[in-house]
Design a binder for this molecule. Structure first.
Ligand SMILES: *Cc1c(COP(=O)(O)O)cnc(C)c1O
Length: 430
C-alpha cells in the first residue's frame, strides 16, 4: 500500500502496521480472483440494461402512485424488467414485501393448500422460516394441514437418493435454498441447482421448484429461473436493490404462481393490479441498474475478507479461490467473546453509527439471540457491509455486502484490529 494510504489507516483508523502489511500481501494474492469477478459484473450489467431498454423504460415510470395504486405503469414496468432479467413470465416487486422472509412466505402460503407437502432438499431452511413452516399458534403451514419434510445435504451436496425416497403424491413444492444461511454448508451454485431441478422434475413433473435466492442474485451469469426453477424470491435490501432500494422484496416465476403470490400479499381476487409504489419506483429501478456492479464489489470484498482472515489464522468458508454463488463469507470465531468483538470492530468502520457497540438481541423470527453489525444507510441492509451471527456454537460470523471494495477491506481490518486490541487474539502471521 502506498504511504499515504498507510498513514490514514494508522492515524485516522488506528490500524497497526502488521495488519496493513497483511492486507497488502492478501491484495496481491487475490488479484486473479478479483479479475474474474469483473466478467460476471459486465455480463449482468449488459443483461440488466438490455431489459430496461427493451421495456422502453421512461422518465415517467420513475414517478409513483398512492392509495390503491391502480394504473401504476412504473410499477408494472419494474415487474416487466425483473421478468426479463430473471427469464420468467411474470414478477412481483413491491415495497409492501418487507423482507426476504416475507417474499418466501408469499410463495409458500400463496401456492400450497391443505393436504399438500413442502419438501426442503437443502437441509434446514433459513432460521426465520422455521416458525412459518412448523410453528405453533402463529398461522404456520402445519396449522393449515400442510406437511413438511426435509432431506439433509450429504457431504455438502444434495442427497439424490434421499430426495427420491421423500417425494410422494402429496409433494407439491420443493424448496431449494441457494445460500448457506446461518450454517457452514456450502452454497449451491447455479449448475448444481440446474441438475437438481432436472432430477426432481424427472421424478414428478408437476412439482413446483422454488429457490430461496437471497444473497445469490448477480453472483453468477444465470439466475435459478433461467435453469429450470418455477419461481424464486429474494430481498431488495440484499443484492438486487443495489444498496439503493429502501425496502422491498421480489418474486419471479410462472404467471399463475405470481398471481397466487399477489393474492396472498394483498387479497384473493385483488392481486397485482393494486399496490401503491409510494416513493419506490425510481429507487428500485436505479438500485437494479446498480446491482450488478454493487454485487461485484461485495464479491470482491468477500474474496478479500476470506483470504485475510484465513491468513490471520481462522477457518473460512468458502476460501478465496473457490467458486462463489452468493456474497456471504463465514468465519469460524470459535467462541462468543471473539464473535462479539469481531462484530463490534466491523461496526467501527460503518459510515453510520460507528460509535455504537452492537449487542446480541432476541431478534423477531429467530430462535437464538442474534448479533448484527452494520452501520448501514438502510436499516438492516446486508448488501451494505455487515456481519451477523446467531449466538450459538460453533460461533460462526457471517460477513457480507460492501457497497465498495475498499470499504469492505477497511471493515475487515477494523474487525481484526478490534479482536487484537481487546486482547482476545494474537495474530499468527505466516
Ligand atoms: C437473508 C436470507 C433470508 C431472508 O432474510 P430477511 O432478513 O427476512 O430478508 C432467507 N434465506 C436466506 C438464505 C437468507 O440469506
Amino acid at each position: 500500500m502506498n504511504n499515504t494510504i498507510r498513514e490514514i489507516l494508522k492515524s485516522r483508523y488506528s490500524i497497526s502496521d502488521d495488519i496493513i502489511t497483511l492486507a497488502d500481501s492478501v491484495m496481491a494474492e487475490i488479484k486473479p480472483a478479483i479479475e474474474n469477478v469483473q466478467k460476471i459484473v459486465e455480463y449482468n450489467q449488459l443483461k440488466v440494461t438490455a431489459a430496461m431498454i427493451e421495456n422502453n423504460l421512461s422518465d415517467f415510470h420513475l414517478n409513483d402512485s398512492t392509495g390503491y395504486g391502480y394504473n401504476d405503469t412504473g410499477r408494472d414496468t419494474i415487474e416487466a424488467i425483473y421478468s426479463r432479467v430473471f427469464g420468467t413470465e411474470d414478477a412481483l416487486v413491491r415495497p409492501q414485501i418487507i423482507s426476504g422472509t416475507h417474499a418466501i412466505i408469499l410463495c409458500l402460503f400463496g401456492v400450497l393448500r391443505p393436504g399438500d407437502e413442502l419438501l426442503c432438499v437443502t437441509g434446514e431452511p433459513y432460521d426465520t422460516l422455521k416458525d412459518a413452516i412448523l410453528g405453533k399458534n402463529c398461522g404456520s403451514l402445519r396449522e393449515y394441514n400442510i406437511s413438511y419434510s426435509q432431506v439433509d445435504l450429504k457431504n455438502g451436496k444434495p442427497d439424490y437418493n434421499g430426495i427420491r425416497e421423500k417425494i410422494n403424491e402429496k409433494t407439491r413444492m420443493v424448496l431449494i435454498q441457494r445460500s448457506r444461511g446461518y450454517s457452514l454448508r456450502p452454497t449451491l451454485d447455479i449448475e448444481s441447482i440446474k441438475a437438481l431441478i432436472e432430477y426432481i422434475k424427472e421424478i414428478k413433473e408437476d412439482i413446483i421448484c422454488f429457490v430461496d435466492n437471497c444473497y445469490g442474485e448477480f453472483t453468477e451469469i444465470y439466475e435459478p429461473t433461467e435453469v429450470g426453477a418455477d419461481v424464486c424470491a429474494g430481498s431488495l435490501i440484499k443484492n438486487p436493490g443495489g444498496g439503493i432500494a429502501p425496502t422491498g422484496g421480489y418474486v419471479v416465476g410462472k404467471r399463475n404462481i405470481i398471481e397466487q403470490c399477489a393474492y396472498r400479499l394483498y387479497a384473493p381476487g385483488v392481486g397485482k393490479n393494486c399496490g401503491p409504489s409510494l416513493q419506490f419506483n425510481r429507487l428500485a429501478l436505479q438500485g437494479l441498474f446498480y446491482a450488478p456492479m454493487i454485487v461485484g464489489e461485495a464479491l470482491k470484498g468477500s474474496i478479500f475478507i476470506s483470504r485475510f482472515f484465513e491468513r490471520a489464522g481462522f477457518k473460512v468458508h468458502p476460501s478465496y479461490n473457490e467458486k462463489r454463488s452468493d456474497i456471504v463469507t463465514a468465519i469460524e470465531m470459535g467462541n462468543r467473546e471473539l464473535l462479539i468483538s469481531f462484530c463490534r470492530g466491523l461496526q467501527k468502520a460503518g459510515p453510520v453509527d460507528a460509535y455504537i457497540s452492537p449487542e446480541p438481541w432476541d431478534m423477531p423470527g429467530y430462535n437464538h439471540q442474534v448479533i448484527m453489525a452494520g452501520g448501514s444507510f438502510i436499516q438492516g441492509a446486508s448488501i451494505e457491509l455487515s456481519a451477523d451471527a446467531p449466538i450459538r456454537e460453533p460461533y460462526v460470523v457471517y460477513v457480507q455486502g460492501g457497497i465498495n471494495f475498499f470499504h469492505a477491506k477497511l471493515g475487515a481490518m477494523k474487525a481484526l484490529q478490534n479482536i487484537i486490541d481487546e486482547g482476545l487474539y494474537a495474530i499468527k502471521l505466516d
